[in-house]
Design a protein around this ligand. Structure first.
Ligand SMILES: Nc1ncnc2c1ncn2[C@@H]1O[C@H](COP(=O)(O)OP(=O)(O)OP(=O)(O)O)[C@@H](O)[C@H]1O
Ligand SMILES: [Mg+2]
Length: 412
């Protein structure tokens, strides 16, 4: 009997235990629900943070400025897309490398980073040269920021921009400045010289009539008259350069102008064994320009190209329309017509290329050195510009930029 009771007692205890366990299960379930809610909230927060992170990452990656970050040793920890594109590297090729290895003047960069870390100096709108993977030198403008990680370590954010275009424009402006002063001087001088020359010519012509045609003195005096004519022609060129007449722009057919100039040079080109080809891209045949000024530009470029190929060669004139390019700084709507004049002549040594646009710079025994200065001047008057690329021994390309003007819009 007592055994039976014992058993019942044990059963009751087991049931009691079960009941307490069950009531605990409720508690556990409650806690579980609590944790689950917390977990869901965390997941939501994580997703929000992740989308903010992705948003910032996209901005950093797609911004047109290059961004490089380094650790406190100056070793690269991150580069955005623009930085990689400009440098021509894959991320893995440069990550972990010292940042100064990306520059043309590494010592200068080492000093900059030393000043950032030691004196907490910040650099703003400075200029320096990058060296791309293909060893191309790329001038950049840059700013730096020192920042501190949460673990107390420091790093640098290096933000930069390609400033090649800016430098080109800057050079052009200073060239124009110099040209303007020189031009005024030349115009004054030419004017002063032209008057006495006129007097000498008239006197010589009178004198000439006093000699019989066979007289050797008649030959001498007619030589004087010829030399005066040559000097006058030269002075006329000074004038053109110094004070180009106000352009009278209108719409003209580029192929017509170009064909006309080639026609003018045909016999000279045949004699010099120079062949040529022209190619006019779509949307690039209608130009808004002063016709005779533009003819002069093309003529000067073709004459130079021929001079660069004394043994004969080939000239190509190619035009194209570039909707996103600006012909000059002040142009309001983008869009330019590019006219490339390419020769396969002697080329220009890199150290001389800056000089060729200077007035009176010439390497020719019979050159005046005004051809290109006149081109620049005339193109400037017509809201255009001129650029050059050359490779010694291979040839030269001059590129004329003219603003693209849509005739239909202009007329409506
Ligand atoms: N296509 C070219 N290839 C090689 N060198 C060139 C070319 N065009 C110009 N140059 C260089 O630039 C210099 C200046 O050219 P620019 O036309 O201003 O003067 P120039 O031809 O010497 O004299 P001119 O006043 O008779 O034109 C030239 O003397 C020449 O050295
Ligand atoms: Mg010339």
């Amino acid at each position: 009997m007592s055994k039976y009771l014992e058993e019942q007692k044990e059963n009751i205890q087991r049931v009691n235990q079960l009941v307490t366990d069950l009531s605990k299960a409720g508690e556990v379930r409650e806690q579980l629900a609590h944790y689950k809610e917390k977990y869901n909230r965390l997941i939501k927060k994580y997703e929000e943070l992740d989308s903010v992170f992705q948003f910032h990452k996209r901005i950093v990656q797609n911004i047109s400025s290059g961004i490089i970050t380094t650790d406190q040793k100056g070793d690269i920890t991150f580069l955005n897309k623009s930085a990689l594109e400009l440098l021509g590297y894959e991320s893995r090729e440069v990550l972990g490398k010292p940042i100064h290895t990306l520059f043309a003047e590494p010592q200068k960069v080492k000093e900059i980073f030393q000043q950032i870390f030691e004196q907490h100096k910040m650099f703003e709108s400075q200029e320096i040269n990058l060296k791309s993977s293909g060893d191309e030198i790329v001038p950049i403008g840059f700013s730096t920021t020192l920042f501190e990680f949460t673990n107390g370590q420091q790093g640098v954010v290096f933000i930069f921009r390609d400033i090649r275009e800016q430098i080109n424009f800057r050079r052009q402006m200073s060239r124009m400045d110099r040209l303007a002063t020189l031009g005024e001087l030349a115009a004054g001088l030419a004017h002063e010289i032209r008057n006495p020359l006129g007097g000498i010519k008239t006197s010589s012509e009178v004198l000439l009539e006093t000699f019989s045609p066979g007289d050797f003195r008649a030959q001498l005096v007619s030589r004087v008259v010829k030399e005066i004519d040559r000097s006058n022609a030269l002075l006329q060129r000074f004038f053109n350069f110094a004070k180009p007449s106000r352009p009278k722009p209108a719409f003209h057919s580029l192929p017509n102008i170009v064909d006309g100039v080639f026609l003018l040079l045909r016999s000279r080109m045949l004699k010099r064994k120079v062949s040529y080809k022209t190619e006019f891209g779509s949307d690039s045949t209608n130009i808004y320009i002063d016709e005779s000024q533009f003819e002069q530009v093309i003529l000067n470029l073709l004459l130079n190209a021929m001079d660069a190929m004394p043994e004969g060669g080939h000239i190509e004139l190619v035009s194209s329309y570039e909707p996103h390019t600006l012909a000059t700084v002040g142009q309001k709507e983008p869009g330019a017509i590019l006219i490339r004049v390419k020769d396969d002549g002697a080329g220009i040594p890199p150290e001389k290329i800056e000089n060729i646009f200077l007035p009176f710079y010439t390497t020719k025994s019979d050159g005046v050195g005004l051809g290109l200065s006149i081109c620049i001047r005339l193109l400037d008057e017509n809201a255009g510009r001129l650029e050059v690329e050359s490779e010694l021994g291979r040839g030269t390309v001059f590129t004329i930029y003219l603003p693209y003007i849509n005739q239909t819009q202009q007329e409506s």
